[in-house]
Design a binder for this molecule. Structure first.
Ligand SMILES: Nc1ncnc2c1ncn2[C@@H]1O[C@H](COP(=O)(O)OP(=O)(O)OP(=O)(O)O)[C@@H](O)[C@H]1O
Length: 304
């Protein structure tokens, strides 16, 4: 079943202003864990807020569980959006917030909430507004996990968390998702940290979706050629490359994976290895155009 549908969706914040999302079309099936990725300011949070029904489209149509999410009771009862603007009553202690959440969310998992609360060493009588940034986001993430909402949206949930907490949170998310499959959207600027847990990727760029599909398909779009510099350069001269790194007389160059079987055999004969890349490298290539990597800035600076 389809959980989320975007039909020709455009969103601009002021009339006549530049559109953040531009005639966007995609659909997400139920019970899939999708990573929403894209460079700063491309509109990931905007897209997530539209899905959660917090803001309205400028034109086009968003459907969540077959309804327009804006002002839909059904969508708000079945959706949670976790981000760093989440706030709670100043008067409630953390323990009281968990109690309120138990009343509010139909599928609330009180046992999981309590266990995570203790694991991350929260004080029951602390107040949300006095927590550090990382602790606030950890608490918000606990709410997001324990709510077990059929549509769970995490917008940059790990901002401010230290490395250990981020790892633990992602592990908890994966374990809980396996035990309780649901539709989860997760945005992050650190694809390398989450690529092992994602099933699909929704890539946002220039107000559109240049890639939506299994993360393995994204990985397969690019490869690295590794070998002696002059040999590799001879092979990539006709191709767009997306960054290179020189190590002594060896070089590795990220290129589109469009090699025929014959070309692959020729590369192998010349001692050039074709190496699969993590999804993060493919993402960087897809979102950085043909400008190359940061190393190329310094390489060209010496020849200008
Ligand atoms: N309430 C608002 N009013 C006006 N412009 C806004 C508003 N919210 C977001 N924008 C603009 O919309 C664009 C997309 O912002 P958004 O926060 O959705 O991007 P993002 O991909 O989540 O960014 P980041 O990765 O940096 O968090 C930006 O240019 C931003 O300045």
């Amino acid at each position: 079943m389809t959980a989320i549908e975007f039909n020709n969706v455009t969103k601009s914040y002021q009339s006549g202003a530049h559109s953040v999302l531009n005639h966007m079309n995609f659909s997400i099936q139920e019970n899939v864990l999708t990573g929403v990725i894209g460079r700063n300011g491309v509109g990931k949070s905007t897209l997530m807020k539209l899905i959660a029904g917090h803001i309205k489209v400028s034109s086009g149509e968003v459907r969540v569980f077959s309804e327009n999410p804006f002002n839909s009771l059904k969508v708000s009862a079945n959706t949670i959006l976790v981000d760093d603007t989440m706030s709670f009553s100043d008067k409630l202690t953390l323990q009281q917030i968990l109690k309120e959440a138990d009343r509010f969310y139909a599928n609330w998992d009180a046992r999981l909430a309590k266990r995570l609360f203790d694991f991350f060493s929260f004080h029951p009588f602390a107040h949300h507004q006095h927590l550090s940034k990382g602790k606030k986001n950890t608490f918000n993430a606990i709410i997001g996990l324990a709510a077990h909402c059929p549509l769970t949206i995490f917008d940059e949930p790990t901002t401010g968390m230290d490395t250990v907490v981020r790892k633990d949170f992602y592990r908890a998310l994966l374990k809980d998702y396996i035990a309780h499959p649901r539709t989860i959207l997760l945005s992050s600027h650190h694809l390398e940290e989450i690529e092992d847990l994602l099933e699909d990727i929704l890539l946002v760029r220039d107000g559109t979706i240049p890639f939506h599909g299994p993360i393995t398909d994204l990985q397969d779009m690019y490869v690295k050629l590794v070998g002696k510099e002059e040999k590799v350069r001879a092979h990539v001269v006709e191709r767009s490359s997306f960054g290179s790194q020189v190590n002594g007389s060896f070089i590795e160059v990220l290129v589109k994976n469009t090699f025929t079987m014959d070309e692959q055999a020729r590369l192998n004969e010349e001692g050039i290895t074709i190496v699969p890349v993590p999804a993060n490298d493919a993402y960087v290539a897809l979102t950085s155009g043909s400008k190359g990597g940061i190393d190329d800035v310094f390489n060209s600076a010496t020849t200008d």
